[in-house]
Design a protein around this ligand. Structure first.
Ligand code: NAD
Length: 269
């Protein structure tokens, strides 16, 4: 059995990950930790995750539990993630990172750290979304120079980063497919008399409200028609299941930085 440590164990994702890890035949919830000030520190992980008391208590930091597991699944906050990754690198623990909002600098540091441990990092671990990434890039390579490319994403009111990591990744893959650069061609807000849309820009717009789990639509709008590709997450379970698949997979890999295309065998699509 692969022993899993859950970072952010009492968070919305952390709880569902505990549930899915517990369901996975090769995985076991070995430990979990939270910010020291989190009121759920000391509580039973199985009770928090709704899969029955298992006697594993939420710890107050990684240091206290790092020797109890083979792989750390992290859905926390980007600053916390980088600290955890540095500890994982020191101890050669495998890691699955679902936390979004990592900067280019963070990703560069992570790539360097991953010389010392195997790690899957992906802004969206849902199987359907990873298929959408590939489809969006493929359609962009066919239509992207003649059609206007736009992305709209919607999430719950508690989400802290915008646009979503998924929307950014969609934008990057679509830009790359037509030889553009999202840093130069991404348009993240429109307001007032802004003039006509340019051909090159890729718009990414954000909706925040209520308890929307996560929706992404990619538009290819041309003269007289448009093509839309939409993914809707109905619950967090698809992300948590993807994270569990990644944890079972990454412990068998050599050191290095991987993504969900590697886990799902979609790399060459
Ligand atoms: P949340 O706020 O409910 O949970 C985050 C948890 O991390 C909290 O309980 C918080 O106390 C804990 N935390 C923060 N700093 C910590 C630290 N230093 N040590 C230990 N625990 C710490 O948020 P959430 O909705 O569960 O989302 C968490 C992250 O996962 C976000 O970045 C979100 O965008 C991302 N996410 C990714 C995917 C994916 O598929 N990759 C899917 C959903 C959410």
């Amino acid at each position: 059995m692969t022993k899993v440590i859950i970072a952010g164990a009492a968070g919305r994702m952390g709880r569902r990950i505990g549930y899915m890890v517990n369901e996975h035949p090769e995985l076991q919830v070995a430990a979990g930790f939270e910010r020291p000030e989190n009121p759920d520190v000391g509580k039973d992980m199985g009770e928090l995750g709704g899969y029955g008391a298992n006697g594993v208590k939420v710890a107050h930091d990684l240091e206290a539990v790092i020797d109890q597991g083979d792989v750390i699944i992290d859905f926390t906050f980007h600053e916390a993630t980088m600290k955890i990754a540095r500890q994982a690198a020191q101890k050669n623990r495998a890691m699955v990172i679902g936390t979004t909002g990592l900067s280019q600098e963070n990703l560069q540091e992570l790539a360097e750290l991953c010389k010392n441990f195997p790690c899957v990092q992906a802004p969206n671990m849902a199987v359907g979304v990873n298929v959408l990434f590939k489809l969006a890039a493929k359609v962009a390579s066919i239509l992207g120079n003649d059609y206007d490319m736009e992305i709209v994403e919607a999430h719950h009111r508690m989400k802290k980063d915008a646009p979503s990591g998924t929307a950014m990744k969609l934008g990057e893959m679509m830009a790359q497919a037509v030889g553009r650069n999202l840093d130069e061609d991404g348009v993240f807000a429109r307001h007032g008399i802004i003039g006509e849309r340019t051909d090159k820009e890729i718009g990414i717009q954000t909706i925040r409200g209520g308890d929307i789990v996560g929706e992404h639509t990619v538009y290819f709008a041309g003269a007289g028609e448009r093509l839309e590709l939409t993914h809707r997450a109905h619950s967090r379970d698809n992300f948590a299941r993807g994270a569990s698949l990644a944890a079972a997979w990454v412990v068998k890999q050599p050191n290095g930085l991987y993504n969900m295309f590697d886990v799902l065998g979609l790399q060459d699509l």
